[in-house]
Design a protein around this ligand. Structure first.
Ligand code: APR
Ligand code: ZN
Ligand code: ZN
Length: 373
């Protein structure tokens, strides 16, 4: 009944940085060539939303509807869409997989050439949007914009999943959990018996801990300045807990002493360049691998000897997963108990309470808050 028509619905609009978001009635246009319109059922809030709202140096990218960890059901499809039909259970993600470009064809990367990140990272959005509000276009944050009852998105960003999956949990696989988990198992390539350190124990870091554990690490150091995060880290498999503020020497030295020279793998899951440097310095010379996961927009530095001595410094976007290939398997892994999702969820709210959710995330009081959309 709604196919081909403009849908009016509720969405949380971020009109400007450093201000509360506003629940508005927006118009969502019908899907165009290659696009899918999705009724969003649940969406969680990720730290990247806090970064965009409050911490970016670049103030482009407003007004926007935030949200990029969502799940829902296809409402209608545009011309040329053959892989989706109304009623399909789907997860829209921020990293495309067109399947045709040279990056998609290479097994080495998940950074599709058609991904918005390649061209519009300053906007944090794809400039084409099907959202309008009060007569003006509203961006879809990271091309998704899942804090809206309906979204329109190109099919290269949409993944069909099994329809018995609980959407208010598997939505977490759209960004944070896949990011940290993949950083450990794909990008770092954590090996059985290895010693790992994870810096930052938000959802991304906890997922990295889970990845290290599932890859067979024998010791997993969980590092955070907020000791309240340690209990959760234990649930995900961390074996040792360190608060850098509790020591009067660099935590890299503390780790070196405890591990006979440093860890085999370290993962930075904060988004802080000082922590990135520390994570690299915490690795053992000769073969240590440090993975940068947290995102920020300032320069970082390290002494060349860190790399000359045989360490590797890598980065990852969405855990290196090609999402169309991997996300249905991650959903299966959740359904069969191989990976945890419920344990990330500390709060559940309705879309109307989004500013409370933002405040909880901003002040470090929640791991993940799921919003009913
Ligand atoms: N050293 C160690 N831990 C720190 C430090 C520090 N200097 N500063 C902050 N932390 C901890 C916080 O206490 C918090 O537990 O890092 C954690 C970050 O968690 P969240 O804010 O919940 O963020 P999350 O959603 O996990 O995302 C982390 O990954 O994808 C990126 O953009 C995302 O940069 C962000 C990062
Ligand atoms: Zn591609
Ligand atoms: Zn995210």
């Amino acid at each position: 009944a709604t196919a081909g028509k403009v849908i009016k619905c509720r969405a949380a609009v971020a009109w400007e940085p450093n201000a509360p978001v506003v629940i508005e009635e927006i118009e969502v246009g019908p899907p165009q060539e290659g696009e899918v319109r999705i009724k969003i059922v649940a969406s969680s809030l990720c730290r990247t939303e806090i970064f965009h709202l409050f911490e970016r140096k670049d103030k482009q990218g407003f007004p926007t509807v935030l949200g990029h960890e969502g799940a829902g059901v296809v409402e209608s499809v545009g011309p040329g869409v053959t892989d989706f039909k109304p009623g399909d259970t789907v997860i829209p993600v921020s990293v495309a997989q067109c399947g045709e470009c040279r990056f998609c064809k290479s097994p080495k990367t998940n950074l599709c050439e058609r991904n918005w990140v390649n061209y519009h990272v300053d906007l944090m959005s794809y400039p084409t949007t099907r959202f309008t509000c009060r007569g003006q276009p509203i961006l879809q944050f990271t091309s998704t914009g899942t804090f809206s009852e309906y979204i329109v998105i190109n099919q290269i960003y949409v993944i069909k999943i099994r329809d018995d999956a609980p959407l208010d949990r598997v939505c977490l696989l759209g960004c944070g959990v896949a990011t940290g988990y993949g950083a450990a198992i794909n990008t770092a390539g954590v090996t059985p018996g290895s010693v790992c350190a994870v810096f930052g124990l938000g959802a991304v870091g906890l997922a990295a801990v889970m990845g290290c554990k599932n890859a067979g690490a024998s010791r997993i150091f969980a590092v955070d300045i907020n000791e309240q995060k340690f209990e959760k880290a234990k649930v995900f498999g961390a074996t040792d807990f360190l608060n850098p503020k509790a020591y009067n020497k660099p935590i890299s030295e503390v780790l070196a002493e405890m591990t006979n020279g440093g860890v085999d793998f370290s993962l930075e899951c904060v988004g802080n360049t000082e922590v990135s440097r520390t994570a690299l310095e915490s690795c053992v010379k000769g073969w240590g691998v440090s993975v940068l996961v947290g995102y920020t927009d300032v320069d970082f530095s390290a002494r060349p000897i860190q790399l000359i001595s045989g360490k590797t410094w890598k980065g990852t976007l969405l855990g290196g997963f090609k999402m169309k290939d991997s996300l249905p398997n991650l959903v299966n892994d959740y359904m069969t108990g191989k990976i945890k999702l419920d344990e990330f969820i500390t709060h559940k709210m309705d879309l109307e309470q989004i500013n409370d959710a933002i405040n909880l995330m901003k002040t470090g009081q929640c791991i993940r808050c799921i919003l009913n959309i």
